[in-house]
Ligand binder design. Structure first.
Ligand SMILES: NC(=O)c1ccc[n+]([C@@H]2O[C@H](COP(=O)([O-])OP(=O)(O)OC[C@H]3O[C@@H](n4cnc5c(N)ncnc54)[C@H](OP(=O)(O)O)[C@@H]3O)[C@@H](O)[C@H]2O)c1
Length: 249
């Protein structure tokens, strides 16, 4: 399989879930993969599971100095960048009434400010015909309660996709997003809820999905490979929904 042969790809938040599944597929398709995350041990383990050329950088996706270091380290090793997948994200679900300023800042900082500045720092090193792929969510098109700060961050990314299609067009760089429905990853154990609450929430989500289940990280990774490859050469400015039909009912 050679859909991404020789391409240099940065994937943030790739020691777990969708990021790790995507890193594995990217490498299998021939890409050189740069992965980031905050938990160093998990990142080392993830790197060892990726079959191909991989560079692991411990970095906080919301911190500008770390973002600059991710780009400079990548460019020092690989020269330039073809695929940018700012995937790192957090999803603490709380009603607006219970959302503190600190929590709001953390969610926006990680999910929106981080990707924004990662793209900014990467632009000078993005190759012609490169691609920026954001990871949004179908939740920003719905009114699911308790998702306020989270969907605000992801709706921001959806808008940014459109802006980048205009601003990066001279170099033929595409900007797109993958918009997952509920996907079975460790993110749900990090919501700040009890195990019972998480299970109830998961069952409620799964019941609403026409296909009757959560998606897998691999099902999202396959869509991201498509968006990153030349097979998606005329897909631009769009958000590809991968949600088992949830957003349509
Ligand atoms: N799972 C779903 O149902 C779903 C649905 C729609 C969209 N998404 C999006 O998919 C993306 C990946 O989530 P996932 O479901 O795969 O969850 P996950 O398994 O929890 O993965 C999240 C990744 O982001 C990293 N991360 C979080 N905060 C970070 C920070 N400040 N700096 C660097 N890395 C950070 C985590 O690494 P560390 O813990 O080491 O920092 C981890 O590698 C997120 O943007 C999420 O919003 C998920």
């Amino acid at each position: 399989m050679t859909k991404l042969t020789g391409k240099v790809a940065i994937i943030t938040g790739a020691n777990s879930g969708i990021g790790l599944a995507t890193a594995k597929l990217f490498a299998r398709e021939g890409a050189k993969v740069v992965i980031t995350g905050r938990r160093e041990e998990a990142l080392k383990e993830a790197a060892s599971e990726i079959d191909g050329e991989v560079l692991a950088i411990t970095a906080d996706a919301g911190k500008i100095d770390d973002i600059k270091r991710v780009i400079s380290t990548t460019v020092s090793k690989f020269g330039s960048i073809d695929i940018l997948f700012p995937n790192a994200g957090i999803a603490p679900f709380f009603p607006v009434e219970q959302t503190s300023e600190a929590l709001f800042d953390e969610v926006i900082g990680t999910n929106l400010k981080g990707p924004f500045f990662l793209v900014k720092e990467a632009i000078p090193f993005l190759n012609d015909n490169g691609v920026v792929i954001f990871n949004t969510t179908i939740a920003h098109t719905k009114g699911f309660p308790h998702t306020g700060a989270y969907v605000a961050s992801k709706a921001g990314l959806r808008s940014l996709v459109r802006i980048l299609t205009s601003e990066l067009k001279e170099k033929g760089i595409r900007a797109v997003a993958v918009s997952p429905g509920p996907i079975d990853t460790p993110i749900f154990s990090k919501l700040g809820k009890s195990e019972e609450e998480v299970e109830q929430m998961g069952a409620a989500f799964a019941a609403q999905v026409p296909l009757g289940r959560f998606g897998s990280a691999d099902e999202i990774a396959r869509a991201v490979v498509f968006l990153a490859s030349s097979e998606a050469s005329f897909v631009n400015g769009a958000e590809i929904v991968v949600d088992g039909g949830l957003s349509q009912v």
